[in-house]
Design a protein around this ligand. Structure first.
Ligand SMILES: [Ca+2]
Ligand SMILES: [Ca+2]
Ligand SMILES: [Ca+2]
Ligand SMILES: [Ca+2]
Length: 449
């Protein structure tokens, strides 16, 4: 049972140096050692590993969950029956306190690997597992019976209406319909809030103000533009009215029911680019913070009901440059925020199959039998401070020759070490240009030591 928050930071000290040749002229001569005028020793960048066994702060985008220890991606404010992203698990990580450089030229940092794990609450409703992305058209009304309740918001069924599939609905086949992947996204804060200013205690920061969620999930389109994914599923075209309804018991109820028509102006969705999808995986028995009564877990199959206290693993797509840039920008401000979302079908009676997620408050209040960490985060990065031209992570005399090379032959410099970007390294003040001020800074930083 976890009693305190642990954050670890580890620098790889076993990194070896690699010798590269430095050539007197252009890139053409780099490949020929016979033509080298000398040698420069590039370091292999020290890899820094950071690990959190719980978020610094976590909450839900849905406003009535509170800090009771679980949270649920659910849709209650969407047009139902349909799927929605109105409620998501928001996790905020104080990376600055964990030693990740802040206030930096973000191009000097690169995330090599990032993994998140996320655990379902040990009780509550169950969603089904889906390991693959779904088309947004698959999230629309698939056809079937819609239960009519005794009044808007009521939960006593009084009738059933059979409504065909929404015209844009697309089946993805057996094993793919009726389940949804668990996705990780970035976050956009609204109304002036930030991860740092977000208040968890007491009433805390409200989820919704001035017509906006204070934290909403975002992705990046194929051009790298930020998008909110709150409405990525499109709006269902099932038309409802609130009026008198003659129920199965021949009584008349003033309630909300489907007319049998579809909305005339349905809104299209889009296929979001998640940062990662949740993957079922093996956890050995007895793994601290990842076991129930000492038992770990085994992978579950596609389309099976997700067990209670079950953990998913997410490998963030750091090779995507828009995601890489998001992570860098977050680190520069000292906080990384990630949002987990799983679409769920909800009906007007607020029924549906969805997942409760374990928050840090929930983890802390579980009986000792449930040794379950909430969301966890692990990542590796490299960083080149201004003045470090030979990429060993520090400023040393060997940077002098490398600085001259980067300034006079950037193409050859980059060809010799593809991890390095000469224009980034020579832009000492990070304003996007290499100019006289940067040359002066190189002289004082690298040659003035
Ligand atoms: Ca799928
Ligand atoms: Ca599916
Ligand atoms: Ca150096
Ligand atoms: Ca500059």
């Amino acid at each position: 049972m976890k009693t305190s928050s642990k954050t670890s930071r580890r620098v790889c000290l076993a990194c070896t140096s690699v010798l590269y040749t430095i050539a007197p002229a252009g890139p053409a001569s780099i490949t020929s050692k016979a033509q080298t005028a000398g040698q420069i020793e590039f370091g292999r960048p020290a890899v820094v590993s950071v690990s959190f066994d719980q978020p610094t702060k976590d909450t839900s985008t849905y406003q009535y969950i509170g800090s009771s220890g679980n949270t649920r991606p659910f849709i209650w404010m969407n047009t139902f029956p349909s799927q929605g992203r109105q409620s998501n698990l928001v996790t905020m990580w104080n990376t600055g306190a964990a030693g990740v450089p802040t206030g930096i030229d973000t191009r000097r940092l690169r995330v090599l690997r990032m993994q998140v794990t996320l655990c379902t609450f040990p009780s509550g409703p169950r969603a089904r597992y889906d390991a693959t992305p779904d088309l947004w058209q698959n999230t629309l009304w698939a056809g079937g019976d819609i239960i009519v309740y005794d009044f808007f918001g009521g939960n006593i069924p009084v009738g059933i209406e059979s409504i065909p599939a929404e015209p844009r609905y697309t089946s993805q086949g057996t094993g793919e319909d009726g389940n949804q992947p668990i996705e990780i996204y970035g976050a956009r804060f609204n109304n002036g809030w930030t991860a740092e200013s977000w208040v968890e205690s007491g009433a805390g920061t409200p989820s919704f103000q001035n017509g906006l969620y204070n934290a909403e999930p975002i992705d990046f389109d194929d051009q790298g533009n930020e998008r909110s994914v709150l409405f990525s599923m499109g709006e269902t075209a099932v038309e409802f009215v609130e009026d008198d309804y003659i129920a199965d018991d021949n009584q008349t109820y003033f309630t909300y029911y489907p007319t049998g028509n579809f909305l005339s102006d349905p809104v299209d969705g889009f296929n979001p680019n998640s940062f990662a999808l949740g993957e079922a995986y093996t956890i050995p028995d007895g793994t601290p913070g990842h076991s129930i009564g000492g038992a770990g877990q085994t992978p579950i199959a596609q389309d099976t009901e997700i067990p209670p206290g079950y953990r998913f693993r997410f490998d963030i797509n750091v090779e995507n440059e828009a995601i890489q840039n998001y992570l860098r920008d977050q680190f520069a401000n000292g906080w990384l925020t990630l949002i987990a979302s799983q679409l769920a079908l909800g009906d007007i009676g607020l029924n549906g199959a969805y997942s409760y997620w374990l928050t840090k408050e929930g983890s802390a209040t579980l009986p000792g039998f449930f040794d379950l960490d909430p969301t966890t985060l692990d990542f590796d990065y490299i960083y080149f401070p201004p003045g470090d031209f030979n990429a060993n992570g520090i400023i040393d005399p060997l940077d002098r020759q490398a600085a001259v090379w980067a300034l006079t032959d950037p193409a050859g410099f980059e060809q010799a070490n593809p991890l390095l970007d000469a224009s980034t390294l020579t832009d000492m003040d990070g304003d996007g240009y290499t100019d006289l001020a940067d040359i002066t800074a190189v002289l004082s930083t690298v040659f003035g030591q």
